[in-house]
Design a protein around this ligand. Structure first.
Ligand code: GAR
Length: 213
């Protein structure tokens, strides 16, 4: 599986994916890293692994459709057959979502559909979970559709929320879960074990990994 990772931030999920590819746990190659900003730490991680990267800020393009075309050209150049959004803080243009239908995943740091949607990313998610008084949060890997965080759920894992949590402490408890869940979800696609039936994702011969917290 020729994988592209889209990232805007520090890239710890990209790192987990690169590590899983290196150890063979994920039978895939990261062939491109795409960001909307040259400030993304993820780009340094890609470079350290010899993965080519592209910085495509939407403001550099006259129209949203030209931005979508540039993303698609980059994916074509690298003969990408699967996309993983890993802390990519932009909505993916419809043309790209359509071209990679059922071949594009995102990871979100809560138990969707709770605490998802527009504006719900990174620290904002954990702040909302704490403000709501939720007892559980977690991580969700889902297929990307045109609606924010609404695509069919592939894998999910709960993480408890403690009374003295801050957004940072909750993020620190969820991140290691993301780092095993995301490569695992990608592996299921690389091994062609995923069937998508409407909103329901069925996985052949799957014994879910369980982490302890
Ligand atoms: C991760 O926690 C990911 O779940 C979140 O951004 C972080 C990126 O961290 N994504 C979202 O909130 C998407 N709505 P990373 O750059 O270290 O992988």
């Amino acid at each position: 599986m020729r994988l592209a990772v889209f990232a805007s931030g520090g890239g710890t999920n990209l790192q987990a994916i690169l590590d899983a590819c290196r150890t063979g746990d994920l039978p895939a190659d990261v062939v491109a890293c795409i960001s909307n900003t040259s400030a993304a730490g993820a780009l340094d991680r890609a470079q350290a692994h010899g993965v080519p990267s592209a910085v495509l800020p939407p403001a550099d393009f006259d129209t949203p459709s030209a931005f979508g075309d540039a993303l698609l050209d980059t994916l074509d150049q690298h003969r990408v057959d699967f996309v993983a959004l890993a802390g990519y803080m932009l909505k993916v243009p419809k043309s790209v979502v359509a071209a990679y239908r059922h071949r594009m995943l995102n990871i979100h740091p809560s138990l969707l559909p709770a605490f998802g949607g527009k504006g719900m990313y990174g620290r904002h998610v954990h702040e909302a979970v704490l403000a709501h008084g939720a007892h559980w949060s977690g991580a969700t890997v889902h297929l990307v559709t045109d609606e924010y965080d609404q695509g069919p759920i592939v894998l999910q894992e709960p993480v408890p929320v403690y009374a003295d949590d801050t957004p940072s402490s909750l993020a620190e408890r969820i991140q290691p879960v993301e780092h095993t869940l995301y490569p695992e979800a990608l592996r299921l696609f690389a091994e062609d074990r995923v069937r998508i039936d409407g909103r329901t994702v069925r996985i052949d011969d799957y014994a879910p990994h369980r982490s302890s917290h």
